[in-house]
Each structure stands twice: as C-alpha cells, then as structure tokens.
Design a protein around this ligand. Structure first.
Ligand SMILES: [Zn+2]
Length: 183
C-alpha cells in the first residue's frame, strides 16, 4: 500500500528528477501556507500563522538551496547560480556519494547539509574576529539571533518536512528516511 502511494506521487510529479522534486515541494509549501492561514486569529486559529508561514518558507528554501541533491548543484539547469555556491557544494559532493546518508537522511544528512551551508558564515565571523573587524559581542548578538528558540524550531520543522517529502519521492522507507540507506 505504502509503495503504491509513493509511486502514485512519483507518477503525478513525473519521476525523481530536479523538476519533480521542485514540483512536489511547491505543493507541500502551498499546503503549509494554507495551514498557516487557518492558524490566523481572524479565522479563529491560535495565532500561529506567522510561525507556520516561516515553516512554509523554510520548507521551500531547503529544497531550493540545500536540497539533499545539492551535491549535484553543479549540473542543475543551465549551470545558473553563484560560482562559489556551486564550488562549495561540489566539494560536499566529492566527500559524499550521491544519496549517501550524509545528504539523504534526517538524522545525518540534514544536519550535515545545514552545517556545510552555515560554515562559510562561521568562517567569515571567525576571520572578522581574528582581524578585529567585529567584536566578540557583536558576533554573539548575531548568533543569538539565530538561536532564538522559536525561529530555531521553525527552521527545523520546515527543513524536516522538506527533506521528508524529498526522500519519499526518492522511494525511501520510513527507517531509511531517518537513518539513510545502508551502503
Ligand atoms: Zn534525492
């Protein structure tokens, strides 16, 4: 039954290529925005509309910017996008075979990709500290912004929803979604 459902999704979006992942993700995002609207106080919800809107935006951004297939970013479309972005993720791809658990799993892949995406920011912050362009107070204030609990949770939930449906479309079972495929 589960396999049949998955292949129905796959048939609907047309395979597991970049476009089909973006198409499925688009409709998940639309659903999340719809849910956000129902959470607004005006419609008798508990006022979580903005939070859920953030989840929707994170869900879309995750598939657009740090998709589990991001190791293939170099070959996406007509090689558009920043050269640094493509080099950075090609480097990631050179460490991790495609669909390895370090890109395609909730437990390892998602945190690895998040850390890899944030590393340039931390390197720049570290450099700015070394050359005394920024004070440690300023950097701490910046990190505090990222650490605001609600925002943190919002990003996590959005990214998990995004990855979950990506892996469903890649035909992963529930345990594989969490832990990745056995090599
Ligand atoms: Zn994939």
């Amino acid at each position: 039954m589960k396999r049949m459902k998955q292949s129905l999704i796959r048939r609907w979006v047309g395979g597991t290529n970049r476009d089909s992942h973006l198409k499925l993700n688009f409709w998940i995002t639309v659903t999340l925005i719809g849910y956000a609207v129902t959470q607004s106080k005006a419609l008798g919800g508990n006022g979580d509309a903005l939070w859920w809107l953030g989840v929707a935006i994170t869900c879309r951004s995750t598939e657009l910017l740090i998709s589990p297939d991001v190791d293939q970013a170099n070959s996406w479309g007509a090689k558009r996008g920043f050269i640094f972005y493509r080099i950075w993720w090609s480097l990631f791809g050179s460490f991790t075979p495609h669909r390895s658990r370090f890109s395609h799993s909730l437990l390892f892949g998602l945190p690895c990709r998040l850390m890899w995406a944030l590393m340039p920011i931390f390197l720049i912050a570290f450099g700015a500290l070394q050359f005394e362009l920024l004070s440690s107070d300023q950097i701490q204030n910046f990190l505090f912004l990222i650490e605001l609990n609600n925002v943190h949770m919002m990003i996590l939930v959005g990214a998990i929803i995004s990855d979950f449906f990506h892996l469903v479309l890649d035909d992963y079972g529930l345990l594989e979604i969490i832990f990745g495929k056995l090599e």
